[in-house]
Write a protein that binds this ligand. Structure first.
Ligand code: ADE
Length: 226
């Protein structure tokens, strides 16, 4: 998979791909992440990429021309399965969206700043708008990293068996059950006996029951019970 990310602050997004699982995914060639500095596509002397909103009001708007030029150049080089604008107005990211994007080959992410991007960029190029939650960030960069992480970890070969994504929270619309490792007892708190029993059918049943209990308690909406 290749992800192209357009931003005025690409340096904000470098470190997540330089550590741990994402770094390995890039090193193994399973994911390629390319950053594009939007200012390189601005023609003015001051490399301007934003301007005042028509109709007045607070905040600046990212101009259509630099974004259109940058996106058009990238589109001339390959076919993008999705061109995604990260914005609080988008569909809220969930595991289903991450799963569906993980089977694509080429994705483009557009990071907004200030009040957002000129509507015409959306009209011309954007195929999907994604939000990472009902709050406002200073820009789309951190959201782009969250989205990239949620997608890249699903690519075949990125996680090993122990890290398998199949047992993640949300993968079956349930939150994860409690987990424990050594020691068996800590400050009087004991690992549930069933996990020490060696009876795998019973362990699976317990994990499922706990997952349902916790999901019902915290996220009844996932069970359609809210
Ligand atoms: N840009 C600013 N806030 C955002 C959010 N919540 N999700 C995605 N992109 C954003």
């Amino acid at each position: 998979m290749r992800i192209d990310i357009i931003s005025v602050l690409p340096e904000l997004m470098e470190s997540p791909f330089q550590a741990s699982i994402l770094k390995r995914a890039v090193q193994k060639g399973l994911a390629e992440v390319h950053f594009h500095q939007l200012r390189d596509w601005s023609t003015g002397k001051y490399r301007q990429i934003d301007d005042e909103p028509y109709g007045g009001g607070a905040g600046m708007v990212m101009m259509v021309e630099p974004l259109d030029k940058c996106i058009s150049e990238l589109k001339s080089q390959r076919n993008y399965d999705e061109i995604i604008y990260l914005t609080p107005e988008g569909e809220t990211l969930n595991q289903k969206i991450a799963n569906s994007l993980s089977i694509k080959n080429n994705l483009m992410f557009i990071c907004g700043h200030y009040k957002g991007i000129d509507q015409r960029v959306r009209d011309l190029h954007v195929s999907k708008e994604i939000s990472i939650g009902d709050y406002v960030l200073t820009g789309g960069e951190l959201a782009a990293c969250v989205l990239a992480d949620s997608v890249i970890r699903l690519l075949p070969g990125v996680l090993n068996d122990e890290q398998s994504a199949l047992t993640d929270s949300f993968q079956d619309d349930l939150l994860s059950p409690p987990i424990y490792t050594r020691p068996e007892e800590y400050k009087g708190l004991k690992v549930p006996q069933v996990l020490l029993s060696g009876n795998f059918a019973k362990i699976e049943q317990w994990r499922h029951d706990e997952a349902v209990r916790i999901t019902r308690e915290r996220r009844p909406d996932l069970l359609g019970e809210d």
